[in-house]
Design a protein around this ligand. Structure first.
Ligand code: NAD
Length: 495
């Protein structure tokens, strides 16, 4: 078993305390992980503070050059990064490659930072006065990331934070730490001056240290809603800028006129890809009319039964193991609750042969019909391979149902009616909307964020909002009157 160390100022640092990192497909420990205490976090902060002023003073084009090289190195070592992700997370290799590619898009966007930081300029804003406003970096900022996207979610954060002139401290999920360290090594190889990017491993103690440290000016968090809320409240109480993205329950509305073959084929991937452990996974299909529901279930059920499941590191699979035993048991518990509450269990993932036949944390795909809004399988984020079908009578009922839910991360509608699609996009209280697109994760030049309990804070992740989040605005007014102009004292407010 190998060790995973903290990465601080280009050096590997062991921890007093360690935990095991488990391969969820085998339930075997694969690595020993150093866990940070407050003093370790402070070392990363001190290194960041020392390195940041010189970095901030570099022309943005020079900072962008580091990002160009980083992108090339990520592509060079993509197979190695994805193998680490699959081994520690359990997701299939092709899915790991998909997340890495979406992450690299954010590095590409950060390469355009000279353009993004250009600011605004007004010549002759007043008599002989020119005014311009620009974006300046915050200083030291930090990110805390979840287990389910070991590469992509950190890449939502630090490429742009660094490109804007900040130093960044990453606290990745302690369940999937290795990709973060590998990518830190690549940033070092890309020529990022040491100290500007550190990785500290840990859980609550490390996060508390980041919240409490006055030198850390902003926190980006992605994870579950209870932790997101706590970090938002704790961080803002300390005067920090915080964006905290939380959990989700994403609905797909299926209208009677939809192309049902297409809807079923794409819903299968959106519900069960990555074993449903995606914040944009579709976990509820809202069918308008019984005929629509019957026809959709008829198409979904055989596909759900036939998914190819196994260790993510093998090729050609649809779905891997869940992240840990607790999560597997929690999802199985929800299946039990749903059946007991009267939902119709069409496909039961607990019956998959790997559940009994493997030490890994496997569950098959589960499909429920006739789910109602009072059931826990409808209300709660399950974060596993469970798709609930809810039947409603009208399109308006579907919109009202989604708008009443606690979460508002992603949603989509399947229809051939452009007017219905447009009305849905206008009326739905959700941050990211798809029309015949079940996973509407915005491209890197648009920002990502949910509404309601799916996001605490004002600015979304990555894209143009990331530039706003990782910088603060300054407006400068400059006056150079002609030498001959006489000035007299002015006591009125300048107009
Ligand atoms: P989590 O909230 O358990 O952990 C996220 C991070 O917070 C980890 O780094 C973890 O070490 C840390 N953490 C955990 N408990 C903490 C505590 N009490 N105090 C301080 N820090 C703590 O989430 P997870 O299980 O790793 O990830 C799954 C969750 O993340 C799901 O709810 C999913 O919807 C959500 N998620 C949301 C998005 C989004 O964009 N909205 C994206 C991915 C995942």
């Amino acid at each position: 078993m190998t060790d995973v160390y903290h990465w601080i100022a280009g050096e590997r640092l062991a921890g007093e305390r360690t935990i095991d990192v488990i391969n969820p497909a085998t339930a075997e420990p694969v690595r020993r992980l150093a866990m940070a205490d407050t003093a370790t976090v402070q070392r990363a902060i001190d290194a960041a503070r020392e390195a940041q002023p010189a970095w901030r003073d570099l022309p943005p084009a020079k900072r962008a050059q580091v990002m160009y090289r980083f992108k090339t190195l990520l592509e060079r070592d993509a197979d190695e990064i994805c193998a680490l992700i699959s081994e520690e997370h359990g997701k299939v290799l092709e899915d790991a490659m998909g997340e890495l590619k979406r992450g690299i898009e954010n590095v590409e966007y950060a390469c355009g930072v000279p353009e993004l930081l250009k600011g605004e300029y007004s010549h002759n804003a007043g008599p002989a006065i020119d005014t311009w406003s620009n974006h300046q970096p915050l200083g030291v900022v930090a990110g805390i990331t979840p287990f389910n996207f070991p590469a992509m979610v950190p890449l939502w954060m630090y490429p742009m934070a660094l490109a804007c002139g900040n130093a960044f401290i990453l606290k990745p999920s302690e369940q999937v730490p290795s990709a973060a360290v590998k990518m830190a090594e690549l940033l070092d190889e890309a020529g990022l001056p040491r100290g500007l990017f550190s990785v500290v491993h840990g859980n609550r103690e490390a996060v508390e240290a980041l919240i409490e440290a006055p030198e850390v000016r902003a926190l980006s968090f992605v994870g579950s809603t209870p932790v997101a809320r706590r970090i938002y409240e704790g961080g803002t109480r300390q005067g920090k800028r915080v964006q905290a993205l939380g959990g989700a329950k994403n609905h797909a509305v299926v209208l009677p006129d939809a192309d049902l073959d297409n809807a079923a084929n794409t819903l299968i991937g959106a519900a069960f890809g990555s074993a449903g452990e995606r914040c944009m996974a579709i976990s509820v299909a809202v069918c308008v009319g019984d005929a629509t529901a019957d026809a959709l279930i008829e198409r979904l059920a055989p596909q759900a039964r036939q998914l190819k499941i196994g260790a993510g590191t093998e090729k050609g699979l649809d779905m891997g193991a869940l992240i840990n035993a607790g999560q597997r048991d929690k999802v199985a518990g929800y299946i039990e609750q749903g059946a007991a509450a009267g939902a119709e269990l069409v496909v039961d993932g607990r019956e998959h042969p790997l559940v009994e036949g493997s030490p890994g944390y496997f569950l098959g795909a589960t499909l429920f019909d006739r789910v109602t809004t009072d059931m826990s399988i409808y209300r709660d984020e399950i974060f596993g391979p469970v798709l609930c079908v809810v039947r409603v009578e009208t399109f308006e009922d579907a919109i009202a149902l989604i708008n009443a839910h606690q979460y508002g991360n992603g949603t989509c509608v399947f229809t051939r009616d452009g007017e219905a699609g447009r009305r849905f996009a206008d009326a739905i209280e959700v941050g990211m909307v798809g029309i015949n697109v079940p996973l509407p994760v915005p491209v890197a030049f648009h920002s990502f964020g949910g509404w309601k309990d799916s996001l605490f804070g004002d600015l979304h992740a990555y894209g143009p909002d990331a530039v706003r989040f990782y910088t603060r605005r300054k407006a400068i007014s400059q006056r150079w009157p002609r030498r001959s102009a006489q000035e007299s004292a002015q006591f009125n407010f300048p107009s």
